[in-house]
Design a protein around this ligand. Structure first.
Ligand code: 2M8
Length: 725
């Protein structure tokens, strides 16, 4: 694990430990001082990577407060922390119900049932999974009782869809989806029990929290439940807020899958949870799908109508696998649009909780626009489940970057990433830990594949060894090859997004022509290249196209890391010598420097290829050489007449992209790893700062770099190795 991730994982663990209350974890240091239902599920997922006993205790503590009818309460109150939150036990009066546990203080509603998912993760991530089996045996009946409660009490028409009866049950409290049903509630202030909000006493900006009108309705509903003695039948008849929510039902459906797996692990029958999976998945697919708006809706059981409000909750059926392939494809289009921050949009973080094009979208108000880590964690898993790997990776990248750059906040501004709500927020920390671990697990797997691939190839692989030779004089070859690479750029490169259309390129006549011309390189005399500009353009273009050629010939699907031989072992024969991408980059263009991953210089002292070294080194080449990955600069064609101007533009655009982030208020800069790997090429650390100073467009950022050069902290941004396809 890289040092920066290791440090932040330690920080995240520290947050969980400081929010630990002895037998469970509070969501935030002061704003939420008790145990919350789904927060504990997410927290246990994070803890499962480093502290199995506490992860188990988290869940055990929550289920120790399970109601007799199976309901797991939204809040289990910490008797030692009362007085700072509203509503607390005195207001809920859960004791009015015979179902409430006599020895625990709880609220009288529930939340999305993520717990079975967490329990399965605890088992999977434990160092000795077998030692977790007794916990699985103990918790399984309780999980089953929770799901049975939901199906029996919240799905009386036996549709496979359960309803929520309070916005707090959704977990996305003031989502715009609830505006319409809540508006129906006519609050009579003279009969509403008196109450005092406490959530605004913790330094949180009131404009980022629910309104007083919202709170009146939240309180109205609690008072109603109280007056019904928490009897589900009575509530069902009187409650103006009964909603079948795709988020809640998808979490339930996904948790049923975990129940099936847990049942198998402990040798119990999985029939019941299996039947729930099928039933709920098909009900979501059929009843909640909106073919016109291509998103899943909530269904309002009181007005008997769907609610047409597009929030991220409408995408969560991807997480449970409830969406059909066709629905997933349509959802994907919607999700990856500017409404919800498209890939490469560059000015936003994925996925805001509400459609950014709506008039009442608010990037800083709680569940009405900001990015939430738990929602995106579910979406990233959902996208991966349906094969939308690129988008899933980009979500995960944002999810890692947000806490890293802005702190472990509760929610984040969807455009500038600023953190809001409570700092030191537990599920942000917990899911960060989970994401980092998943990321490294995937990387480990791909490294294993790479090592295997390496062992399969023990010597150079010459790419341009075809028999057919181009019908050209050797001195015409260079310019013909450059012209051909230019047609790649014009036809298959999207230079603004830095993307290559590999499938179209593979099938094209231009690619066949290119392969033919590269065969000609075997007879090419490098002395035909005249002057520095021509040499620079030749090598930069050749580097970029050998990578493209390598990606195509090795059938790389997702990342160049699948085929590390692309950089060192795949070569073009040019005249008498062989050149790999590494030879071009570190040998020729970097003046025979040491690659960042190697102890020795690229060319040994007697290597004849040293004759072609290009000096002096121009550090701007690092923004022109494209290693086939998303964190590289966008691919382009470099013309010998204009190459200096182009290198200037490439450096400027890279320094002003999301690969360089200057945060004067935090005394920090976040830089692409390129600046770490090639620091020496910029003239050391002060050279890097000078370089940034020269190219940054933002005046404040430049002044900060100049003024704080000696004290500013630098961190390096996670390098996205996903293919630039
Ligand atoms: C928020 O909800 C509570 C009520 O449950 C509140 O606003 O006081 C929501 O973000 C919810 O999803 C979360 O579980 C809870 C604690 O983090 O805070």
């Amino acid at each position: 694990m890289s040092r920066i991730f290791a440090d932040y994982v330690e920080k995240a663990k520290g947050i969980l430990d400081s929010n630990w209350m002895g037998t469970s974890t509070k969501p935030a240091p002061s704003l939420y001082p008790h145990q919350w239902n789904w927060d504990s599920g997410f927290i246990a997922i994070g803890r499962s990577h480093f502290d199995t006993p506490r992860a188990i205790l988290e869940i055990d503590t929550l289920f120790a407060a399970q109601w007799r009818n199976g309901m797991v309460p939204q809040i289990v109150f910490n008797p030692d922390a009362l007085g700072h939150y509203f509503p607390e036990p005195d207001f809920w009066q859960a004791e009015l119900s015979a179902n409430a546990p006599p020895d625990k203080l709880t609220s009288g509603i529930t939340m999305p049932p993520v717990h079975a998912i967490a329990v399965e993760k605890i088992y999977k991530n434990a160092r000795r999974p077998r030692s977790v089996l007794p916990f699985l045996e103990r918790i399984y009946p309780k999980l089953l009782a929770l799901h049975s409660y939901l199906y029996e009490e919240r799905d009386t028409d036996n549709e496979g869809l359960v309803y929520i009866r309070h916005p707090w049950e959704s977990g996305i409290d003031n989502s715009p989806t609830w505006d319409e049903p809540l508006r129906r509630i006519d609050v009579d202030e003279s009969t509403l029990p008196p109450y005092e909000r406490k959530d605004l006493n913790h330094g949180v900006d009131p404009s980022m929290r629910p309104t007083n009108e919202d709170y009146d309705r939240y309180v109205y509903l609690v008072a109603l439940f109280r007056s019904c003695g928490y009897d589900e039948t009575e509530i069902r008849e009187a409650c103006p807020f009964l909603i079948q929510d795709p988020l809640f039902n998808s979490v339930l459906c996904r948790a049923n899958e975990s129940l099936v797996n847990i049942a198998h692990l402990i040798g119990a029958s999985a029939d019941l949870p299996s039947s729930w999976v099928k039933k709920t998945a098909s009900a979501i697919r059929e009843k909640l799908w909106d073919p016109e708006r291509t998103i899943f809706n909530c269904y309002d059981l009181v007005s008997k109508k769907p609610i047409h409000v597009a929030t991220a909750a409408g995408f969560i059926p991807l997480f449970s696998g409830a969406a059909s392939r066709e629905q997933a494809a349509l959802i994907y289009k919607r999700l990856d649009s500017s409404s919800f921050c498209a890939l490469q949009q560059g000015n936003c973080f994925t996925v805001p909780n509400y459609d950014t094009h709506q008039e009442d979208f608010d990037p800083s108000n709680y569940w009405r626009g900001p990015v939430w880590i738990n929602i995106n964690w579910m979406l990233a898993h959902g996208l991966r489940r349906y094969g939308y790997t690129l988008k899933a990776d980009s979500l995960q990248k944002d999810l890692l970057q947000l806490p890293l750059r802005f702190g472990f906040y509760e929610y984040f501004n969807s455009f500038n990433g600023k953190g809001y709500g409570s700092d030191g927020f537990s599920w942000t920390a917990a899911l960060f830990i989970d994401l980092v671990n998943e990321f490294y697990d995937r990387e480990k797997a791909s490294r294993r594949i790479a090592a295997k691939a390496r062992s399969l190839f023990s010597s150079d692989l010459i790419l341009n060894n075809g028999e057919e030779m181009p019908d050209l004089e050797p001195d015409e070859l260079g310019s013909a090859l450059m012209r051909c690479i230019k047609t790649f750029r014009d036809t298959f490169y999207d230079t603004s997004r830095g993307r290559v259309d590999y499938p179209a390129l593979i099938k094209s006549t231009q690619y066949r022509e290119y392969r033919l011309l590269t065969n000609g390189l075997r007879k090419f005399d490098l002395r035909c290249l005249i002057g520095r500009r021509q040499k620079l353009a030749f090598w930069v273009n050749l580097y970029n196209s050998i990578i493209v050629d390598g990606i195509v010939s090795q059938g790389v699907q997702k990342s160049v890391q699948e085929a590390p031989e692309i950089f060192g072992r795949l070569k073009y024969a040019i005249g008498k010598h062989h050149f790999s991408a590494d030879d071009i980059e570190h040998g020729i263009l970097r003046g025979n420097a040491r690659p960042w991953f190697h102890a020795l210089k690229q060319f040994s002292s007697r290597d004849p290829r040293k004759a072609w070294i290009l000096k002096p080194l121009d550090p701007r080449i690092h923004f022109a050489l494209v290693c086939g990955s998303r964190s590289c600069a966008p691919i382009d064609y470099y013309d010998s007449d204009t190459i200096y101007k182009q290198l200037e533009a490439a450096a400027k655009s890279f320094v002003n992209s999301s690969e360089v982030i200057v945060l004067p208020e935090e005394g920090k800069i976040l830089l692409s790893e390129i600046f770490r790997w090639y620091e020496v090429d910029f003239g050391g650390w002060t050279g890097v700062l000078d370089f940034l100073y020269d190219y940054l467009a933002n005046e404040r950022a430049r002044l900060f770099i100049r003024a704080e050069a000696n004290t500013l902290q630098c961190e390096y941004i996670y390098y996205d190795w996903n293919l630039n396809r």
